[in-house]
Structures are given as structure tokens and as C-alpha cells.
Design a protein around this ligand. Structure first.
Ligand SMILES: [Zn+2]
Length: 318
């Protein structure tokens, strides 16, 4: 699955991302890490990035996208990826979409971990860290306070409050985040790819909601098919009813996610009903999948080559 993660500092999206990596065996792609790695390795893009940074400039979107593209070409990203920290604005989101389209790997989900600003404020400003570097225990004066104020439970050292965790700094950080993210939320909503999960409650509760969203988003068809074949295997006569119900259910679940881009996908379960009920589910999407499969096979190779060749040229012209 190909996911963009959106969430404010303190939303806990990093924690959720780690859990997703474990569960689905897909890498998290963070542009900060990519930049550091490319600069350290001295790749062509790394050199460009370094030149920009040395000149005190921002690394251009082209360079960042090139790094993302290279990263997505690695074997561990074959089953998908989680993008964190990119895109940060609409032009980046558009450029990312264009690149992923050329690779025939469009985004499937933009997942927003949503937490009220006041809760974020408490999470971020309430943070206290044990000043003993070898301990490093972390507390929150609102949610997980130490037994005695200002003292580490584990080693008794004083707790320190990072200066960038003060109220004004945090508030302006959150404001910047809101300003950046609101347009992206609208952008992915218009594509029918945005899903929101409440980022409050226990980590495992949130993760359960995250995976529920992913399952619904990624596997509506698979679910319909297995439900239909299970029903068909049970009883011949009632199978069609059960299959229809299953297909309907998943179709309905997929709908909100499938607005403009995925309209045909939302319609698919309809023909699936009949075919799946009659026979094996494999026979069902014949019409729909044939051209798709061909496109998938043909697209990535061609796209990769042409992208690599043309992208840097286009850049130079600018
Ligand atoms: Zn300590």
C-alpha cells in the first residue's frame, strides 16, 4: 500500500508509522533521512542537495522527488511505502502524483492522524526529560507525571524542559503545521484518498482504527471475493444472497474513498456480484482487469527510463 501520512507534531503519527512498518513490511520514507543518506553517499542528487544546502538554499523539489523515486525503486518498497514529511504543499503533492503516475504506482491513501490543538499543546509543552543522559526517561506533566514533581522516577535525576517545548514556540509550530496541512487535506479529500483517524486514546486503539481504514481502503475487492466464495462454498442456494450482501457491504465501505479517481473501482463490485455468486471469483473482473494488467506491466519499465532521462533535462532548462 502506498500511503502519505499527515499529522501534527505530537499527533503520534511517528508511533503509528512504526507499527505500520512492522505489520505490513513496508518502509517509511522520510525525506530528511533520504537527504542525509544521499549527501553522505555522494550520489548525483546528493551532490545537488549538498550544493543547495551549502549555499543556504532549500533543496529543490526536483531533487527531493528524484531521491524519493530512487528510493521507491528499491526492492523493499515493492509492496508499498509510507511517506512522512513530504509533500508539504500543493505543488509538491502534484509533483509527487505526477511522478507516481509515471511509475504506475499512484497513492492509495492519505492518512491524517487528527488531534485537537489543545491536546497537542499539552503533549508538547508537558514533555519533561530526565537530565541524566544514560537514563533519558520521558514524562509528561499532564499525562504521565513523575511521582515527585521534577524528579525522575527511575534514577532520581532532575527533569528538564526543552526550550523549544515552551508554549509560544509550540503554538507557532502548530500554526505553521495547520497552514501547511490544511490545503493538503483538501487536496487529498478531493481525490477521495483522505481518511482521518482520531489520534487520541491508547496507541493500540489508534492503531486498530488505522489498520481498519487500511483494510477497507486496500482490500474491498479481495474481501468481497473471499466472502462470496466462502458463501458459495457453503450452500449453493443461499450463496447468491450472501455474496450480494457481502459485495454490497464492501462496495459501500469503499465508496467514500473512491470519489473521483477510483470511480470505476467503486462500480466494480456490481459486476462482481453476479459472477462471484455464479462461479469462482477469479472469473469476475475479466473485463476490468485485462487492460489494467497490461498497462501495469508495460508502464513501470518504460516510465522509469523515460523519467530518468527527461527529468534532469527539464530541470536544466528551467
Ligand atoms: Zn532518570
Amino acid at each position: 500500500m502506498r500511503i502519505v501520512l499527515l499529522g501534527a507534531p505530537g499527533s503520534g503519527k511517528g508511533t503509528q508509522s512504526k507499527l505500520l512498518i512492522e505489520k505490513y513490511k513496508i518502509p517509511q520514507i522520510s525525506t530528511g533521512d533520504l537527504l542525509r543518506a544521499a549527501v553522505a553517499a555522494g550520489t548525483e542528487l546528493g551532490k545537488k542537495a549538498k550544493a543547495a544546502m551549502d549555499a543556504g538554499q532549500l533543496v529543490s523539489d526536483d531533487v527531493v522527488l528524484g531521491m524519493i523515486q530512487e528510493r521507491l525503486g528499491k526492492p523493499d518498497a515493492r509492496a508499498g511505502f509510507i511517506l512522512d514529511g513530504f509533500p508539504r504543499n500543493i505543488p509538491q503533492a502534484q509533483a509527487l502524483d505526477a511522478m507516481l503516475a509515471r511509475m504506475a504506482q499512484p497513492l492509495q491513501l492519505a492518512l491524517l492522524v487528527d488531534v485537537d490543538t489543545e491536546v497537542l499543546m499539552k503533549r508538547l509543552t508537558g514533555r519533561r526529560t530526565c537530565s541524566n543522559a544514560s537514563c533519558g526517561a520521558i514524562y509528561n506533566i499532564y499525562f504521565s507525571p513523575p511521582r515527585s514533581p521534577g524528579k525522575c522516577d527511575k534514577c532520581g535525576s532532575a527533569l528538564s524542559h526543552r526550550s523549544d517545548d515552551n508554549e509560544n514556540t509550540v503554538r507557532s509550530r502548530l500554526k505553521v503545521y495547520d497552514e501547511q496541512t490544511a490545503p493538503l487535506v483538501s487536496y487529498y479529500k478531493a481525490q477521495g484518498k483522505l481518511r482521518t483517524v482520531r489520534g487520541t486514546g491508547s496507541v493500540s486503539e489508534i492503531f486498530k482504527n488505522v489498520t481498519d481504514i487500511i483494510e477497507v481502503q486496500m482490500r474491498p475487492l479481495a474481501a468481497a471475493m473471499s466472502a462470496a466464495s466462502a458463501a458459495a462454498a457453503k450452500v449453493g442456494g443461499t450463496a447468491s444472497k450472501a455474496a450480494k450482501a457481502a459485495a454490497k457491504k464492501t462496495a459501500a465501505a469503499a465508496k467514500p474513498a473512491a470519489k473521483p479517481a477510483a470511480k470505476p473501482a467503486a462500480k466494480k463490485p456490481a459486476p462482481a456480484k453476479k459472477a462471484a455468486a455464479k462461479k469462482k471469483p477469479a472469473a469476475k473482473p475479466k473485463k476490468a482487469t485485462k487492460p489494467k494488467k497490461a498497462a501495469k506491466k508495460a508502464a513501470p519499465k518504460k516510465a522509469k527510463k523515460s523519467v530518468r532521462k527527461t527529468a534532469p533535462k527539464a530541470k536544466k532548462k528551467k
